[in-house]
Design a binder for this molecule. Structure first.
Ligand SMILES: Cc1cc2nc3c(=O)[nH]c(=O)nc-3n(C[C@H](O)[C@H](O)[C@H](O)COP(=O)(O)O)c2cc1C
Ligand code: SF4
Ligand code: SF4
Length: 277
């Protein structure tokens, strides 16, 4: 069966995964495109047919897939349809996340025919503490679009079952990581933990700057900020995605993590995007 449609699925509180996904879909170049944004709610999926190419793009949280995104994809199912698995990470490491996404999609009845690891600005990046700032940049998006073009070539005129064109995502090339800064990061992160300086549970809010515009209420993916009570964050609901921090027009919200300082210091060298297909 030939591919006629593309279905883009993403979870993207700070928009980098969305930009990468949209660039890939531009490269695939099919006219019929459906978009499922899982950032703010779950979607009722119907079974995806073999004529649809599903592109799933998720950010990396602590080396894994964000649990909220996985929960929101629970209803996803296909009967032998092709999928593209992509993770976007903040220039540190994507660890198990791509293998997890591959296993998840396989379990839902997809065959993963292409995969990618792309770099996006780290959620904790700030002006004074930049971590992969501005990525995906123009080059990254061109690479994503080119990846899409190559996927289109791969699926063009295929008539055999998807099982014969799946990829082994564990064989994707790892980006170059110099060892010295990595060891320094591990050492200093362990010292921070030992000294009892954990990550903040939620962003902090400068009440004197907040105008109660309500934007953070809308941008929060897990309803951790209530209308009328914008200076308070419900810690049990906060996934520390920093969407509210990056989206606040008054810069009233911040996420001052000591780990961000280390990430900025030891992961300066920009990693490359990698694909397999
Ligand atoms: C809670 C959390 C954990 C993260 N863990 C990692 C990580 O383990 N490795 C990494 O390189 N980036 C990590 N990041 C950075 C994000 O993967 C990166 O900023 C990504 O581009 C965010 O995607 P989005 O813009 O679609 O929300 C983490 C971000 C958050 C919020
Ligand atoms: S977006 Fe910023 S200014 Fe607006 S309500 Fe939220 S914290 Fe206040
Ligand atoms: S309150 Fe927490 S979950 Fe909501 S946008 Fe801010 S960091 Fe993300």
């Amino acid at each position: 069966m030939s591919i006629t449609d593309v279905h883009l699925i993403y979870f993207s509180p700070t928009h980098t995964s969305r930009h990468v996904g949209e660039a890939i879909v531009r490269g695939i170049g099919l006219e019929k495109v459906r978009v499922s944004d899982l950032t703010y709610s779950s979607i009722d999926f119907s079974e995806i047919g073999a004529n649809t190419l599903t592109v799933v793009v998720l950010p990396v949280y602590a080396g894994h897939l964000p649990q909220l995104a996985v929960l929101r994809m629970a209803g996803l199912r296909a009967a032998g349809a092709p999928a593209v698995a992509v993770v976007v990470y903040g220039n540190r490491a994507y660890e198990k996340s791509l293998v997890e996404l591959n296993a998840f999609l396989n379990g839902k009845g997809f065959g993963v025919i292409a995969a990618g690891t792309f770099v996006g600005e780290h959620s904790y990046s700030t002006v004074s503490c930049p971590i992969a700032s501005g990525r995906p940049d123009k080059n990254d998006l061109e690479e994503a679009t080119d990846f899409g073009r190559r996927i289109r070539q791969k699926v063009k005129n295929r008539v055999v079952t998807v099982a014969s064109w799946v990829v082994d995502v564990s064989r994707i090339r790892r980006p170059y990581q110099p060892l010295l800064p990595l060891f320094c990061f591990i050492y200093e992160a362990a010292r921070l933990r030992k000294r009892g300086r954990p990550m903040p549970a939620t962003p902090c809010v400068d009440e004197s700057l907040c105008t109660h515009c309500g934007r953070c209420v809308k941008t929060c993916p897990n309803n951790a900020i209530m209308k009328g009570d914008e200076c308070h964050t419900i810690s049990e609901r906060c996934i520390r995605c920093c969407a509210c921090v990056k989206g606040c027009p008054q810069k009233a919200r911040c996420f001052d993590s000591p780990f961000a300082v280390l990430l900025s210091k030891y992961f300066k060298r920009q990693k490359q995007n990698r694909v397999i297909l």
